[in-house]
Write a protein that binds this ligand. Structure first.
Ligand SMILES: [Zn+2]
Length: 247
């Protein structure tokens, strides 16, 4: 997810409205979940999957360190590898909606937005033979005034942003990502981080995300030894919303 061309383009025409749509801390277009409710709780979230070369490696890693994570999936990829999606769920991770085609929501009509959300919900429910997701993350972090209403209409609890970003959506030396993640989950705050990482590439299945796997191989034992608890978005996420999720 490369947000900067969108930030720049949108900012040129819309000023603060663009900031309100993209900035993870903005509540302009409805409240969002953007951190956990305790400094010792870290929520690792993964966008743009499922991705057959990468997601299974993460699942093995998470089993080793008793990690529960949240995966925001793209519907069209879910339909291509439903068994992998089911495996993510069976292993105890939470699934979320990342739209059906990784659509840029700024260009969507209400009907188009509704279709993007519903098709992804249906794909995930069909793959897991379970209820559809309760949380969504907009591609590129881009929200619009329509999003809150349509998320609720699709039966979801809300929108999840992040407090820490990996800048990991292009292949890169793992050392860079390892260094960036050093700032995650510092215990000197009242809230814990929601970290956004990527197991997939929204353009196609098979994207190279080995740097994400390597960085987590480095950090997971260190975070565990530091006493961090790995949580999914639900039920531990904190929200600024009066409709906060269950504690
Ligand atoms: Zn994405």
């Amino acid at each position: 997810m490369n947000i900067w061309p969108i930030v720049a383009g949108a900012a040129a025409v819309a000023g603060s409205a663009a900031w309100g749509a993209v900035a993870p801390s903005s509540q302009m277009y409805g409240p969002t979940v953007r951190h956990t409710d305790a400094a010792k709780k870290i929520a690792l979230t993964f966008d743009d999957g499922p991705n057959p070369p990468v997601t299974p490696r993460l699942l093995e890693l998470f089993d080793r360190y008793s990690v529960r994570a949240t995966f925001f999936l793209i519907g069209k990829f879910v339909r291509e590898c439903p068994s992998l999606v089911n495996e993510i769920s069976i292993r105890g991770h939470l699934l979320g909606n990342h739209t059906d085609t990784h659509a840029n929501l700024i260009f969507q009509s209400r009907a188009g937005l509704r279709d993007e959300l519903e098709r992804c919900q249906i794909a995930i429910a069909a793959a897991t033979h379970a209820d559809p997701p309760r949380w969504m993350r907009p591609p590129y972090g881009y929200r619009t005034p329509l999003l809150k209403t349509e998320v609720q209409r699709a039966g979801m609890q809300g929108v999840v942003m992040w407090s820490r970003i990996g800048w990991d959506w292009k292949p890169q030396p793992p050392e860079r990502l390892i260094a960036r993640l050093a700032r995650a989950a510092r215990p000197d705050r009242s809230h814990g981080d929601i970290v956004v990482l990527h197991d997939g590439d929204h353009r196609a299945l098979g994207g190279d995300r080995h740097h994400v796997v390597t960085a987590l191989e480095y950090w997971l034992p260190r975070w565990r030894d530091a006493g961090l608890e790995f949580v999914t978005i639900e039920p531990c996420a904190a929200s600024d919303s009066p409709r906060a999720p269950r504690k």
